[in-house]
Design a protein around this ligand. Structure first.
Ligand SMILES: Cc1ncc(COP(=O)(O)O)c(C=O)c1O
Length: 386
């Protein structure tokens, strides 16, 4: 770990830079919602798992959700809690870790519940509360890749397949149908859930409303969310309500800082060749897909930003580029390209494809100091290929 005075213009690139101030701002919003609404809001590791920052999280929240044995182990060890665990499948060989690290365990199907419940019930380490993931078959998410609630989805049990009388041992229900959604989408979803799963809701002690609640986005109506959750709790006073966003925690908390290493022009298209990659380091820009913001550039032409450039990644994938951005003055080799909002679903999803240099991870602390949380070396690449 190194402590050095840097700026975004001098930090060695490529680098993810997490801003502690911005993270704390999000954590404050989330804690406010949790306290005002009387719900538990826990961190979904699938969006963000920079465990060296978990001490900051623990000042505001006390829980986390894991989607695999390794995430559960990390939550147990680094967040120092028993995780809420949901995974599409559990395997016999994972169960010891899952049981040791989880306080709540949600199953994706009745088959998996029936297979593993006897071991959960017999577990002597601590009490584990079991739940089932339901599929309300209602989602407003338009991108298929991120819509888990279609009628053919493998994730969750549709109402028609869930017995009105839940099996012994089921204490909770879990649904996840949102993605960067607002409170009004949740309101409409809850109407469907309450209507389709009315008998089952009576029988459980908790409901987990999944992730995708982007409550730290500037236009998110947190007052509406709080009212909505309070009203839900009034209708179901026996239920503990849990939400497990990921993106909301890390939303707009930092950047990916890169350097232009070359500029190529082919067929009238100018491409800024940077020392990072869309496919390896910003995968959602291609998968979602969306065009991220670059500091100082515009995503569409305007009076000031008239110079069009594509940006190209440094992997050999032909499609490892995005465009166009518009600049006010011509970028040069050696200039920086600072991609905004590159903390959630980046560091957890990156690859070492092509063996290209992997961005280091920095924390720019509230006191102004810089902490290099992780620098990747050749050995990291080598050992993945053992
Ligand atoms: C079951 C579950 N919970 C929580 C999340 C976190 O969602 P988000 O990061 O959009 O808030 C996801 C994301 O895929 C999920 O699948």
């Amino acid at each position: 770990m190194a402590t050095t005075p840097y700026t975004l213009d001098t930090i060695p690139t490529p680098a993810y830079v997490l801003e502690e101030d911005l993270l704390r701002k999000n954590l404050q919003v989330i804690r406010h919602v949790a306290e005002q609404a009387g719900v538990e809001i826990i961190l979904a590791f699938k969006a963000y798992a920079l465990w060296k920052t978990f001490p900051i999280f623990r000042e505001y929240i006390s829980g986390c959700t894991a989607s695999s044995p390794w995430e559960a182990q990390m939550g147990h060890e680094q967040m120092q809690c028993l995780t809420h665990t949901y995974a599409p499948i559990y395997r016999d060989e994972d169960l010891e870790t899952i049981l040791r690290c989880s306080g709540h365990l949600t199953f994706n199907s009745l088959g998996q519940f029936e297979r593993f419940y006897p071991q959960v019930a017999a577990y002597e380490g601590h009490r584990i509360s079991c739940g089932l993931r339901i599929n309300p078959e209602y989602s407003e998410v338009e991108t298929d890749l991120y819509n888990p609630a279609s009628s053919t989805s493998r994730l969750g049990i549709p109402a028609a397949d869930l017995p009105a009388k839940l099996p012994t041992g089921v204490e909770g229900l879990h649904f996840h149908t949102h993605c960067e959604s607002n409170s009004y989408a949740l309101e409409r979803t809850l109407e469907v859930v309450e209507q389709k799963f009315a008998p089952q809701l009576e029988q459980v002690q908790w409901i987990n409303m999944g992730g995708g609640h982007l409550m730290t986005e500037k236009d998110y109506d947190t007052d509406h969310l709080i009212q909505l959750l309070r009203a839900f709790k009034d209708r179901h006073p026996h239920l503990r309500v849990i939400m497990e966003p990921g993106s909301a925690f890390a939303w707009q908390t930092g950047t990916l800082v890169t350097t232009i290493e070359d500029i190529v022009e082919r067929g009238g298209v100018r491409t800024l060749m940077m020392d990072a990659s869309f496919t390896c380091h910003m995968p959602d820009t291609l998968e979602m897909p969306y065009q991220p913001r670059i500091r100082g550039a515009a995503n569409s032409i305007d009076d000031r930003h008239t110079l069009a450039y594509r940006v190209g990644g440094n992997s050999c994938l032909s499609g490892d580029y995005k465009g166009d951005w518009y600049f006010a003055s011509a970028p040069r080799v050696g200039d920086r390209l600072i991609f905004e909002d590159m903390i959630h679903y980046t560091t957890v999803k990156t690859t070492m494809f092509n063996g290209i240099v992997h961005p280091s991870i920095w924390l720019h602390k509230s006191d102004g100091s810089w902490e290099e949380c992780r620098r990747y070396r050749y050995e990291d690449y080598l050992h993945r290929m053992d």
